[in-house]
Design a protein around this ligand. Structure first.
Ligand SMILES: Nc1ncnc2c1ncn2[C@@H]1O[C@H](COP(=O)(O)OP(=O)(O)OP(=O)(O)O)[C@@H](O)[C@H]1O
Length: 204
């Protein structure tokens, strides 16, 4: 269970702090809903450990993550900026999600090939991110996150800007992750994404 308990945060100079509170179980998707500027990305950054709350706690399987650095948290983020390494090809970018030291086994390489194939990017493994479209980069970023195989996925508008076919493919991929027990926290303005993927909604 992921439990966000009275997590209070304000940017410097902000007079009215946020106080976040929700819970979700493995295999569930909770949608974070709110107007632009309501704090969706802020909440995801707090969960990931990129921002420090003033008070409150985040529990995973009843253990506090308050003092846990981002790289040790049981989660992977897919944020709007994609964060692909521009000098590394697609296969290596995804491989970094599996092994930061890139000691990939033949099985790992096979998993990457299959993952690329599943999202229509067969044959793209040696391309650099700069030679991909925005939607293709988004798919690569999502695959890298999924292949890290962490129990929680933090998704900030992961399907924005994709055409319908790519969106359907990636929704399917995310539904498969849920079926495998992955917990997803999804910030999305898209009503269809929330309806198809989410089990509950947290309104900001
Ligand atoms: N580093 C920062 N310092 C000060 N204020 C910030 C900072 N980052 C974000 N904010 C402000 O905090 C508020 C919430 O931003 P946030 O990005 O969390 O909103 P959001 O709900 O994700 O918006 P959107 O739907 O447009 O992505 C906004 O008013 C934003 O201007």
């Amino acid at each position: 269970m992921l439990e966000v308990k009275n997590l209070v945060f304000a940017y410097s100079g902000q007079t009215d702090p946020w106080s976040f509170q929700f819970a979700a179980a493995p295999g569930q998707c909770i949608a974070i809903h709110g107007a632009s500027g309501s704090g969706k990305s802020t909440l995801l950054n707090l969960l990931a450990g990129f921002l420090e709350p003033r008070s409150g706690d985040i529990l995973w399987q009843q253990e506090s993550l308050r003092n846990c650095p981002p790289w040790h948290r049981p989660m992977t983020s897919v944020f709007q900026e994609h964060n692909l390494f521009e000098h590394l090809n697609v296969e290596t970018n995804i491989g970094l999600g599996i092994h930061p030291g890139l000691k990939l086994t033949p099985q790992d390489r096979q998993a990457i090939r299959e993952a690329l194939q599943s999202v229509g990017l067969e044959g793209f493994s040696k391309r650099l991110p700069g030679d991909l479209s925005g939607g293709q980069r988004q798919r690569v970023a999502l695959l890298r996150a999924i292949l890290r195989r962490q129990p929680i996925l933090l998704l900030d508008e992961p399907l924005t800007g994709l055409d319908r076919e790519a969106r359907d493919t990636l929704r399917q991929l995310l539904l498969e992750q849920k079926a495998k027990g992955v917990l997803m926290v999804l910030a999305s303005h898209d009503e269809d994404d929330r309806r198809i993927l989410a089990d509950s909604t947290y309104n900001l």
